[in-house]
Design a protein around this ligand. Structure first.
Ligand code: AP5
Length: 192
């Protein structure tokens, strides 16, 4: 199965994708992780996107579509989980075209429904926990960047809910529930 996890920053996309990788042998395609990796390894592209990411803004469609194209050409295993992609209507159209070109199909887009207040707490806590454990803190995990990330989500990504609804591919789960409950809800959708 090929699925999209949709939701604002801190909704739990990465957490749930990791559980599906573990349990269902799926492949997580996180454009956020790919971009952070490019920054760490100091590629030209990584340097180009660093400031944009730190401010909480979206990087260009062209860059992320290129990253996804490369990964789709790789092994498929139990299917792809798109985590943090697509984030704009142009990216959604590009994904559809890429999948068609490669003879693959998207099964569903799962929205993790949450409330903004909870997201702020989750992100601030994630930063505190990383710092306490001596791990690197994401440069965009602060209240100022989070405001921008949320606004980017509402302006540019939330229209995808209508897009996938119109294609009869949108499913919803309560992202405020305990992680194990969210996981069970997602698996129930995959098994239905
Ligand atoms: P990206 O890395 O995708 O970040 P994001 O969407 O802001 O998402 P997060 O990773 O913060 O949250 P998440 O939903 O994965 O939640 P998580 O599971 O970590 O993007 C970063 C940047 O890269 C963007 O701002 C942009 O600049 C660029 N970018 C990336 N993709 C792009 C694209 N396609 N186009 C353009 N630009 C792009 O959970 C968060 C915390 O909550 C964790 O501490 C977790 O333990 C906790 N938690 C999770 N679930 C629960 C639960 N059910 N109950 C309690 N706590 C929970």
């Amino acid at each position: 199965m090929n699925i999209i996890l949709l939701g604002p920053p801190g909704a739990g996309k990465g957490t749930q994708a990791a559980r599906l990788v573990e349990d269902r042998d799926m492949i997580q395609l996180s454009t956020g992780d790919m971009l952070r990796e490019a920054r760490t390894s100091g590629t030209e592209m990584g340097k180009k996107v660093a400031a944009v990411m730190d401010r909480g803004e979206l990087v260009t469609d062209e860059i992320v579509i290129g990253l996804i194209r490369e990964k789709l050409e790789g092994p498929e295993k139990g299917g792809f989980i798109f985590d943090g992609f697509p984030r704009t209507l142009a990216q959604a159209d590009a994904l559809e075209a890429l999948m068609a070109e490669m003879g693959k199909k998207l099964d569903c887009a799962i929205e993790l429904r949450v409330r903004d207040e909870v997201l702020v707490d989750r992100i601030v806590n994630r930063a505190k926990e990383a710092a306490a454990a001596g791990k690197p803190v994401r440069a965009d995990d602060n209240e100022e960047s989070l405001k921008v990330r949320l606004m980017e989500y509402y302006k540019k990504t939330s229209p995808l809910l209508g897009y996938y609804h119109a294609k009869d591919k949108l499913k919803r789960v309560d992202g405020l529930a305990e992680m194990a409950v969210v996981e069970a809800s997602i698996k129930a959708i995959l098994d239905s």
